[in-house]
Design a binder for this molecule. Structure first.
Ligand code: URA
Length: 438
């Protein structure tokens, strides 16, 4: 039968269930140009209002995954493992997690993205390292994964191209905020990386895209069910984003925080807990260690004995960065001309944080994008960010700012102060809000 895109759109518009063949044909048409952008926009809006059942979401994810290259690691002698975070502020977990997994026997070909809105992006953080290439050719990518166990790079040109087209259309047609579309978009790219197992970190709170427990739970369940339905062993941890996770937010400042974490020079408590929990979960899914207590110990040991730091250093060096980056990162990372403490205007306990406000202050400094093509200033951001519950006084600042000039420093400092709430008492939220397994 001749495929007519308008018939598929009408069916979804009227609330009917689409067959796997119809979804596959629609996405194939979108990829080869037979389905026009206005038809894809109408399809996205129909899905926005009518949603999709699990089998439809799986078909959409698989069709978008198969619209381009699907990586094949069958000649590797260990499990292929990755993580995806739905995005937050001060979330540099990937920088530690990939080398920890590499040190305990997994292969981690991590294809990461740029910052989105107020959230930071792993790719932008690696671009802060001089010489490091986030777009190696396929041969180098495989060589780095094989020899170090991990390689963190950007999306290759032909990875899930249907998602690239669809995402661009959703972005300008008010159809981003739909769980079916978000699920297929995130997973099509991750699944095209040829994974055996995937750990999801679904963030909830003031600095997350999902602000309520209900929304985070719905997205986590959708992601877990679709990924497992598409053949990748997947679980999701729902974690707190009611304050920055690391004590740094920005690009070079988060890389510095990560290197110090890996070497044991400084480890933020909540960041350590989330990293170890996600790492242990991954070992279970990848079939490396099913006992969570032992899995946590193995990951902690890889950190403590320097094995993870060594993997990180080797990855940086093989991808073009300095060979002594771990040891001498301070001499390589860009430094902002203005570095100073930001104090609150009174002495009080920090009782809450609008973490999105902190992320937007980083954007104001030039560490995130105001418009899509913006060039970032990798040096700017905040470090020494104080956790909820801390009593601030004349000697205890909220954070230390790294800025390019006085104007942006002053605006970002004001935004930071506004993002903090003060009261008699304050305590950080629970770090773990739920675990979704198949
Ligand atoms: N990130 C993605 O890759 N896709 C979405 O739809 C939302 C967030």
């Amino acid at each position: 039968m001749v495929f007519l895109p308008q018939e598929v759109i009408a069916k979804k518009r009227d609330g009917e269930r689409l067959s796997s063949e119809e979804i596959t044909a629609f996405i194939a048409g979108l990829t080869n140009g037979e389905v026009k952008p206005e038809q894809a926009a109408a399809f996205a809006m129909a899905v926005y209002f009518q949603n999709m059942e699990l089998d439809e979401r799986i078909a959409l994810t698989e069709a978008m995954r198969d619209s381009g290259d699907v990586l094949d690691w069958s000649d590797f002698d260990g499990p292929i493992l990755d993580k995806h975070s739905t995005g937050g502020v001060g979330d540099n977990v990937s920088l530690m997690l990939a080398p920890i997994w590499a040190a305990v026997g997994a292969y981690v070909p991590m294809i990461s993205g740029r910052g989105l809105g107020h959230t930071g992006g792993t790719l932008d953080k690696f671009d802060a390292i001089p010489g490091y290439t986030t777009s190696p050719d396929n041969e180098l990518f495989r060589k780095v994964v094989r020899e170090t166990g991990c390689a963190i790079i950007g999306q290759t040109a032909n990875l899930a191209p249907a998602d690239k087209i669809m995402y661009g259309i959703r972005d300008v047609t008010a159809t981003v905020e739909n769980v079916s579309l978000i699920t297929s978009s995130i997973l099509s790219k991750k699944l095209a990386a040829g994974l055996d197992a995937l750990v999801l970190d679904v963030k909830v709170g003031t600095g997350a895209f999902m602000r309520t427990a209900g929304d985070a739970d719905e997205l986590a369940k959708s992601l877990v069910n679709v990924a497992n339905g598409a053949g990748v062993k997947t679980s999701a941890l729902i974690t707190d984003m009611n304050e920055p996770l690391a004590s740094a937010a920005g690009n070079a400042v988060e890389v510095r925080n990560a290197v110090r974490f890996l070497t044991g020079a400084h480890q933020d408590k909540r960041l350590l807990s989330v990293t170890i929990e996600l790492a242990a979960l991954g070992l279970g899914l990848a079939g490396i260690e099913s006992d969570m207590v032992i899995a946590r110990q193995k990951c902690q040991t890889a950190l403590d004995n320097g094995a993870a730091a060594e993997r990180f250093g080797k990855m940086v060096s093989m991808l073009g960065g300095p060979t002594d980056f771990v040891e001498n990162h301070d001499t390589y990372l860009p430094v902002a001309p203005i570095i100073r403490d930001v104090f609150a205007d009174r002495e009080a306990n920090i009782s809450g944080v609008d973490a999105k406000g902190v992320g937007m202050a980083v954007v104001v400094l030039g560490g995130g994008r105001k418009t899509p093509g913006d060039q970032l200033d990798y040096a700017v951001g905040f470090d020494r960010i104080t956790p909820i519950g801390t009593k601030l006084d004349a000697n205890t600042p909220i954070a230390r700012i790294h800025a390019a000039d006085e104007d942006s420093a002053s605006e970002a400092a004001n935004r930071l102060r506004k993002a903090y709430q003060f009261g008699e008492v304050g305590a950080s939220s629970e770090l773990f809000h739920g675990l979704i397994t198949n």
